[in-house]
Each structure stands twice: as C-alpha cells, then as structure tokens.
Design a protein around this ligand. Structure first.
Ligand SMILES: Cc1cc2nc3c(=O)[nH]c(=O)nc-3n(C[C@H](O)[C@H](O)[C@H](O)COP(=O)(O)O)c2cc1C
Length: 163
C-alpha cells in the first residue's frame, strides 16, 4: 500500500496550473487560497471542482461560503501564489482585486476567472471536494504564460512543448 508521502510524490508528477480561490470569510474579509487541485468537470451544465485540505485553517470559512471565484494564475504571479499559500496570510489587498462579483473577489492579472456558486460539497477522505457551478467566466485573449506546478516546485511551459 502506498504511503501518503508516496502518493504526494506520485501526484506531484501530474504537472498542473495554479489557481487562487477567492472568497469572503465570515467577517466579510476578502481571502485567497492557492490551489492546484482545480479540474474542469462539465460544460453543460458548467461545473468545475477543487479540493480543500481538512486541516486548513480556512476550512470553516470555506465550508460556510455559498460563492467563490477561481483565478488561474499567470507565470508572473508567483509572489501572490506564495502569499496565498502561507499559513495566516490569506487576506487580499484592495489593490489586488479587480472587482467583486456576487461576493467573490476576482483577482487582477489572472489569466482567467470563474465566478461560482457552491453546487456540491463532498467530504472525501482528508479533503473536502467542492463542485462549483459556473455563473460567469472571463479570460485573457492575449498570449500569456501560465504558472505551472510540477514535482513540488513552480515551473513554466517548456518552450518546445507541442512543437
Ligand atoms: C502550488 C500549490 C498548490 C496547492 N494546492 C492546494 C489544494 O489544491 N488544496 C489545498 O487545500 N491546499 C493546497 N495548497 C496549500 C494551500 O495553499 C496552503 O498552503 C495551505 O492551505 C496553508 O495552510 P492554511 O490553509 O491552514 O493557511 C497548495 C499550495 C501550493 C503552493
């Protein structure tokens, strides 16, 4: 049987993008949480998913939200990604928020935003699986590099990929 460490390392070989979940906590502060468990789920109806660790200090706030945003990060947003991944540093500054749609903050500089309501929450082992119903979507039409996470570190797309 694989140990949690084996699993973490094996999962880490799946290179992903990086996103920040935006939401308001129970005191109505705009918060962000860095994730890479984002997945597209369905086009019709429009659904996506992500997972929150049960041990997160944000668990109770996230479990109480009815709406959240998913902000797909660009390669130049490593600092913001690190800040929103650090314990106790999840508050978003007003200058980092492009606008607030239906109580979910959309972040400046992101490649794409999804504005979501909570469609379903499923307790799944040591994580909470959130399925978001997508009410709105915006994306950047310019060619910009995404932030990539692979084997526990940030990286970028290989120049030769797809050629
Ligand atoms: C690239 C990256 C991806 C992450 N993905 C997730 C994720 O999908 N789900 C999650 O709960 N935490 C994820 N984390 C960890 C959280 O961002 C954060 O570090 C952790 O939740 C900090 O603890 P706190 O939530 O108690 O403040 C990720 C961190 C990084 C750097």
């Amino acid at each position: 049987m694989a140990t949690p460490l084996d699993l973490r390392q094996a999962f880490g070989h799946f290179g992903t993008g990086v996103a920040i979940i935006g939401f308001h906590d129970r005191e109505n502060r705009p918060l962000g949480l860095t994730i890479n468990s984002f997945a597209s789920v369905s086009l019709e109806p429009a659904l996506l998913s992500w997972c929150l660790a049960n041990e997160s200090q944000l668990y109770d706030d996230v479990a109480a939200v009815s709406r959240f945003s998913v902000n797909i990060l660009a390669a130049d947003q490593v600092d913001l990604s690190n800040r929103m991944a650090g314990s106790g540093s999840h508050e978003l500054g007003a200058d980092e928020i492009e606008d607030v749609i239906d109580s979910a903050p959309a972040l400046k500089g992101a490649l794409a935003h999804f504005d979501c309501y909570v469609h379903h929450k499923i307790e799944a082992g040591d994580h909470l699986l959130l399925i978001g119903g997508i009410d709105g979507v915006r994306y950047c039409t310019k060619q910009r590099a995404p932030l990539i996470y692979f084997r526990g570190a940030y990286t970028g797309l290989a120049e030769s990929a797809g050629k």
